[in-house]
Design a binder for this molecule. Structure first.
Ligand code: 3PG
Length: 311
């Protein structure tokens, strides 16, 4: 495998732990920055299909450049690799665009509260679609996750059905993406970084025609004039920042997924959401009612219980 140690000797276990901790901290920090710029863009230029496409285009361009200039060794892929990647790319595209549509309609914190229920989706998909069963405590831990998200949604001041459904669809799509990705990466000679690069390129090809059909150049041109009039040329920098940080945080998350189990990944992802929820509430001055915050706290506590039960 490119740049990956298969067997970790006991002496380097601490180094491996340190490496994963650095990946996690970097992933969370990059994700917070992405979420802030993404929302700033969506407030000024509310075209989530285009901004989702630009994020994938930027990442694809960065990686193609890295391969051509030999900054990163290009992956050796065959037709089977791309065929196996296709369902992952479909799930990634749906999950990405659904989350962005959600964030264009509701507060970033609300999207991420609903997205903290991803482990519950993971258990339900594993149970009903893959036929895996879990011990009772795992199912019981879903109650606070689902109940907490339900309470947060019911008491959300700016509830919007499209925003809610977008986050739910994203949860479902990303569960499939993570299961298929981990399978696709297993035993393959493609590193996490290159795997995510190939995923971006394929998702871009899938998403671009849909973005044109759903929004299209006419809407984008009119929206752009308005964004320039309201915010000025800064909006261009924000689009650049959200696109670059989108690629970077996902790349680092895939570099982690390459080294850890999907369970550890999903726990890391939920912890990441706490930083996003707190920072976005502060930066965007999102109004929060105590009962709403209680719902979010119960859901996140449920995720903690879930991780304990699953271990
Ligand atoms: C996206 O646009 O893909 C979402 O913001 C991703 O959400 P997540 O990586 O935090 O699940």
């Amino acid at each position: 495998k490119e740049s990956k140690a298969e067997v970790v000797p006991a002496s380097s276990e601490a180094a491996q732990k340190l490496k994963i901790s650095i990946y996690f901290a970097t992933w969370w920090a990059l994700n917070v920055i992405f979420n802030i710029y993404n929302k700033k863009v969506l407030n000024a230029f509310p075209y989530p299909w285009l901004t989702s496409t630009l994020s994938l285009a930027c990442g694809s361009a960065m990686m193609l450049f890295s391969w051509v200039t030999c900054l990163v060794e290009a992956p050796k892929t065959d037709l089977d690799f791309w065929k196996a990647l296709f369902p992952v790319a479909v799930a990634h595209t749906i999950g990405h665009v659904a989350a962005t549509v959600s964030m264009s309609k509701v507060a970033v914190s609300f999207t991420h509260i609903i997205k903290s229920a991803e482990p519950a989706f993971s258990v339900l998909v594993s149970r009903f679609i893959l036929g895996e069963s879990f011990p009772m405590p795992v199912y019981l831990s879903l109650l606070p996750i689902i109940g907490g998200c339900g309470l947060a949604a019911a008491t959300e001041l700016n509830f919007n059905m499209v925003g809610f459904m977008g986050a739910m669809i994203s949860n479902l799509a990303f569960v499939f993406r993570n299961i298929f990705s981990k399978r696709g990466m297993k035993g393959k000679s493609v590193s996490g970084m290159n795997y995510y690069a190939c995923l971006s390129i394929m998702s871009l090809i899938i998403l671009a025609p849909f973005a044109i059909a759903m929004e299209g150049p006419q809407m984008w041109a009119a929206g752009w004039q308005k964004a320039l009039a309201d915010v000025g040329p800064n909006v261009l920098w924000w689009i650049g920042a959200q696109s670059v940080f989108y690629h970077l945080y996902n790349q680092v998350s895939y570099m982690s997924l390459d080294q850890i189990s999907p369970l550890t990944f999903s726990i890391g992802n939920t912890m990441k959401r706490i930083s996003v929820i707190v920072s976005s509430i502060i930066i965007f001055r999102t109004p929060v009612r105590p009962v709403n915050a209680l719902g979010a706290a119960i859901a996140i506590f449920g995720t903690f219980l879930y991780s304990q039960a699953k271990q």
